[in-house]
Write a protein that binds this ligand. Sequence first.
Ligand code: NDP
Length: 342
Amino acid sequence: MRKRVIKDMMNRKILLRSRPQGWPTDENFEFQEAPLPQPGEGQVLIRAIYLSVDPYMRGRMSAAKSYVEPYRIGEVIEGGGVGEVIESRSDKFQPGDKVLGMLGWQLYGVADADKLRKIDEQTAPLSAYLGVIGMTGLTAYFGLMDIGRPKAGETVVVSGAAGAVGSIVGQIAKIQGARVVGIAGSDDKTAWLTEQLGFDAAINYRTTPNLKDALEKECPQGVDVYFDNVGGDITDAVIGQLNDHARIALCGSISAYNDSEGKDIGPRVLVKLIKTRSLMKGFVLGDYADRLPEGAKMLGQWLSEGKLKYEETVIEGFDRIPEALLELFKGTNIGKMLVKVG
Ligand code: NDP
């Protein structure tokens, strides 16, 4: 009986129809209905519950060479999600199990069992596995602890501070005993950072008349660690404030993701890096694949001790996934942006 119900149901998917020039538009996406896929041996059928939208997806919509393959035209847009196993042809999962994996922008998907992770709702809400104890929390942890290496008493500046990665970076830096200054795009966000998350100061880059002056005021001892999520003018201003032996973790450059290639130019920072003998290092979370358990353990521990707080912006409805992605670039999210589809 149950099988017949499943067979009668239709899947919905969002495919990449064309590569965006500048900001993505509706024209770049195609909604499609299809019968439910059938799991093969060693696979499971999953019903999506939360799907993640992330800034890197904009990069994969372009054909430019990167650390990960571009999305292919006409294929489902790949991305992380959590869902429920509906049908299993693997010993590893039973119907009803909750899983984390690359589910993609679709209501139902088939995945190889060995590419999924079973997750436990008793340990943390399902959505947290995509944020604070998932991809974005782990990115914050490794970028800050491995490249930034903040010491007690040092000053850490984080851009994109009220987002999924940035809000966790600042709190981990506080746990390490640093002075933490966040840069974000609204007064609501700066108030949240200082009043709820314990940042020492926060600067609204949209309303501050002179970012350099604001940084000098909030970082009277200079900047020892800069965790960069946004690039552009904000990063130019922070680099001007570096102390000797500063460390810059280059995590993202969202201010440039919707620009045409080659337009993102700015002051040359090399002399400043030489004079201060600073380290600037790009990274992606995948570099830390063999250390993920360490990051997950620390994030889980701080969360249970009440040392880490997190926020999510949840948009409801499958049809609104492309809109949710665009909202990341407009900055309407506080904390992790997610779409609830199930
Ligand atoms: P966020 O939750 O931080 O959302 C994006 C935020 O970026 C928005 O809320 C907005 O906040 C800010 N923003 C958007 N446009 C601009 C702009 N032009 N200038 C300044 N700020 C802007 O996203 P994530 O936490 O998921 O990602 C943050 C960064 O980390 C991104 O650059 C992403 O690509 C990168 N990343 C890198 C990973 C890696 O492995 N290296 C892994 C995960 C993420 P505001 O209101 O403050 O403008």
